[in-house]
Ligand binder design. Structure first.
Ligand code: SAH
Length: 257
């Protein structure tokens, strides 16, 4: 009998940010293929009947290549297992979930997707930064910083006017801030880098477009981290008085507009 695959969004790393549906899928799993940024803690207890296979990167070791993970999913499921593919955050947010679903479809394996709490929203939130806030920002863009953005993308991002959230963006931070500045965002525009959200080592580094590269380098910020660019950063980090001032300014602007 053919098994099936459940692609599960594991959230930003804390076990209690798994959904009830995710916990149910794990409890029923025969095999769990787990990513580096998915929750590992207590996984054996959550999936007591399952063989747990770590396909994520560990320091000094390469991750299992994506194509190979897809082959493994199909192979385990074809042998009759219920395979849970536990991923960090939400499977469809810069997580290659779509590729894994397509691989299952191509092999005729039933597949279901369980959404997860994405780090793009939750990690800024853990640092007290709302990605939208009435009168301050009514849109947010989530972008991968895995490869540098091209000039056209930077121009669009700078022109949008909302909050910019960058995942996998530590290595490309210098080119991001230089590009946004080149396309007109002011030097004082706030930037925050939130590392290791929801862990005991969570840390937030705050600066501006003009100084964040130096500040982040001195603080030795490292992945995993979420970069937030936008006025919403002030709501968490400039203290109540400055946040109040920002709100007053934003309200005044919206009256003029
Ligand atoms: N699908 C995932 C994102 C995968 S890309 C999601 O929806 O969250 C991996 C990137 O996510 C990391 O490089 C980092 O930018 C971010 N990330 C994931 N978990 C994080 C955490 N706990 N703290 C900070 N950043 C995190």
């Amino acid at each position: 009998m053919t098994g099936r695959v459940t692609l599960v969004g594991g959230g930003p790393g804390a076990i209690d940010l798994l959904t009830v549906r995710a916990v149910r899928a794990l409890a029923d799993a025969d095999v769990v293929l787990v990513d580096r940024l998915a929750p590992h803690e207590e996984l054996a207890a959550l999936a007591p009947h399952a063989e747990i296979v770590d396909v994520g990167k560990t320091p000094g070791h390469h991750a299992v290549p994506q194509r190979e993970i897809e082959v493994m999913l199909v192979r385990y499921a074809a042998s009759g297992a219920h395979v849970v593919r536990l991923k960090g955050g939400d499977p469809y947010v810069l997580g290659r979930g779509g590729e894994e679903v397509l691989a299952c479809h191509a092999a005729g394996i039933p597949v279901e997707v369980v959404p997860g709490v994405t780090s793009a929203i939750a990690v800024p939130g853990a640092a007290g930064i709302p990605v939208t806030h009435r009168e301050v920002s009514r849109l947010f863009t989530v972008v991968s910083g895995h490869a540098p953005l091209d000039d056209e993308e930077l121009a669009h991002l700078a022109g949008l006017g909302g909050t910019i959230v960058v995942l996998m963006g530590i290595a490309t931070l210098p080119s991001l801030v230089a590009g946004l500045a080149r396309h007109g965002l002011p030097p004082g525009h706030p930037v925050a880098v939130v590392e290791r959200g929801f862990s005991a080592e969570q840390r937030t580094t705050v600066g501006t477009l003009a100084d964040i590269v130096g500040t982040a380098a001195r603080a030795r910020v490292a992945s995993p981290a979420v970069v937030v660019v936008g006025e919403v950063v002030r709501l968490a980090h400039d203290g109540e008085a400055a946040a109040g001032e920002l709100m007053a300014r934003a309200a005044a602007m919206s009256v003029i507009a």
